[in-house]
Design a protein around this ligand. Sequence first.
Ligand code: GDP
Length: 352
Amino acid sequence: EGTGAASLLGAGKLEELADITGGRGIITPIVKTPMTKARKRFEGAASSHEDAEEETDDLRRPEFVIVDHELTPSQIRNLERATGAQVLDRTGVIVEIFHRHANTREAKLQVEMARLRYVAPRLRESSNGGGRQQGPGAGESNLSLDRRKIRDRLAELKTQLEAVQRDSDHRRSARKDQLRVALVGYTNAGKSSLMRALTGSQVLVQDKLFATLDTTVRTLQPETRPRILVSDTVGFIKQLPHDLVASFRSTLSEALEASLLLFVVDASDPTYEAQLEVSRSVLHEIGADVVPSRLVLNKMDRVDDARRAELLEKHPDAIPLSAHRPEDVSALRETLIAFFEADMVEDVLVLP
Ligand code: GDP
């Protein structure tokens, strides 16, 4: 249903879903039409069998049905048979979105593996079906792939990914002594905007969910000595399916290497606390909850004074700001410098 699909994507944004379904949008017809039909019947509009047939032909049949839950392969298959549409569950949608937003080789490999792992059991299920008719749109591409090919391809991808990861581990360990701040938070909180403001770089900013899948690392500007690096991670998602956390561990684990995490939330969004919870639980899952963190209440320009006071009372240690206000961004920069200065003093103190 429309609402379920909307809640899957958080702030009620449907464009991304509409995009995935090739602009054909969400499945309202399937909800509306049978009700209209039922009402007509109820109101006594004589409907012969043929009328009903005609009405069925009239139905704008959905091409996609999206379900905000995990479905088993047989549930997907049954729903596909019942609706004649292609059915995507939570993991299916998220894999699809990640696929669209992967930029680096590592993320692309991870996405392709996640996709194949998602497809494989569903494929098994349909090929066991003993030549049963596939519903329209049931995925010709699934049919043309066969299980063994998927296994071989997965093995090939795994080898490639290991090579890429050895490379990036190498690069990461070279970065070990650097001062690192990671921006983390729910998708659309303003991480890319803040990243751009802090580093003066041209990071893609879009009012669209999941614009960032890969991590970017840039230098804090104006440059400090030693340099402070800022990284921007994938936007976190409510109930990120477990398999996907595993698939994207290395992409997400960028956060683990930071000395400081900035939890960015959209303070103008009444559901920011739930979003913060999502980010915390994902970080917990990848073991990054041991890294020191500060809460950044972003988009304060959209918050009135009463709400501001309320937020500050609730989060006395938070940094309230607007990524769009240069003076706020400079203040944040000073806070970061102060954090690392204090951190370095501590390092000196603990020396034997
Ligand atoms: P990300 O998904 O966390 O990287 O979020 P983005 O940086 O892409 O920002 C999402 C949307 O929020 C964009 O339309 C930004 O212009 C907007 N935005 C970001 N920061 C602020 C802010 O401080 N105030 C206001 N009003 N809008 C902001």
